[in-house]
Design a protein around this ligand. Sequence first.
Ligand SMILES: CC(=O)SCCNC(=O)CCNC(=O)[C@H](O)C(C)(C)COP(=O)(O)OP(=O)(O)OC[C@H]1O[C@@H](n2cnc3c(N)ncnc32)[C@H](O)[C@@H]1OP(=O)(O)O
Ligand SMILES: O=C([O-])CC(=O)C(=O)O
Length: 371
Amino acid sequence: MAEQTVYKPGLDGVIAAETGISYLDVEAEEIVIRGYELIELAEEKKYLDLVHLLLHCSLPNDSERASLQQELKQEYRLPPKFFRLFEQLPEKTHPMDALRTGISALSGYDERLNERNEEENLKKAILLLAKIPNIVANSYHILHGQKPVKPKQDLPYSDNFLYMITGKEPNAREAAIFDQSLMVYSEHEMPNSTFAARVIASTNADICGALTGAVASLKGNLHGGANEAVMYMLLEGETIEGFRYLLYKKLKNKEKVMGFGHRVYMKKMDPRAALMKEALRELAEDKGRMDLFEMCEAGETLIREEKGLYPNLDYYAAPVYYLLDIPIELYTPIFYASRTLGLCAHIFEQHSNNKLFRPRVHYTGPRGLHP
Ligand SMILES: CC(=O)SCCNC(=O)CCNC(=O)[C@H](O)C(C)(C)COP(=O)(O)OP(=O)(O)OC[C@H]1O[C@@H](n2cnc3c(N)ncnc32)[C@H](O)[C@@H]1OP(=O)(O)O
Ligand SMILES: O=C([O-])CC(=O)C(=O)O
């Protein structure tokens, strides 16, 4: 068979979809989300504004934001029967695996799972955005033999998410930084998990199926799992000197250093990492943990000088979550909970203008064998 197209390992640089949702303009250093720039949005708006932007294609006015918050609150609850699912999982189950199970199980709670129109899609997204933080926080508590923490109706969306995780109401700075982290994690064009979700959706599979596949993708440490791995690495380093020693050792052993490098940004700093670095500086000052900030900065300098690589979002989000007292195993599930927003938008877009994904291969095996 004649070669039809050029093979690109990892589909590096290949255009896989047309989208009106987002675009990484590396030259201009912009992450474009429905026409707006993500970093500017993260500095001036809230996660709920982004929910409105991604689902309704416009930023909300005050009354639209208030009704969105209300709609979400009405969907927070999960029935006790749902939680019993997590009681049956072995206690060592990783929260990302529990989340994958939970999202898969949510399909049974959507009576109109296969109905697809604008109104239905919105309802599905609200249900998912309301319930997934509850699943993330409470599957963790249940796996650790603790009682689920009920959502607090009087807290804003992201404050409530953090509250369900830690059991404490965040102060204003903690709440603002957590919300900002959800914003920068919410959508990022065509990463592996979004591609996985769109590939699944392209068979006409339902949203819960596509989202379940995306959890599996996001767990890997070349993708979302890197934030958890970064924190273990920082803790292993312990001090600036210990961390520098650890990083040199990894480079010498040709190990990947978690939280550095990016398929699209390559040899440039991820703009989201720069924002989280500033958030870390503020939190570290507040909490008397400038040692942690300085250790991260020393690691950034070393990897830039030795390898020419820059931090991605996960490098600075991990220590931010650490100072917010979030259990390390929940860093990736939180990334996913925030990314549910972008994933929903992509799945709806795929369903509304679908073409089955079915690429070809460059065959390298034998031919002409007979049994
Ligand atoms: C929010 C997110 O999901 S962002 C991504 C989070 N993931 C990580 O932080 C994991 C660490 N980073 C990596 O593994 C990579 O940078 C990736 C997977 C993110 C992107 O990688 P790719 O575009 O596939 O590039 P690839 O892995 O082939 O790396 C190219 C070169 O840079 C090196 N490199 C890239 N990232 C790193 C790293 N973090 N540590 C050490 N070397 C690295 C590779 O070893 C390779 O070197 P070589 O050409 O000498 O073999
Ligand atoms: O874009 C990517 O490949 C990975 C990433 O940074 C993200 O999903 O936020």
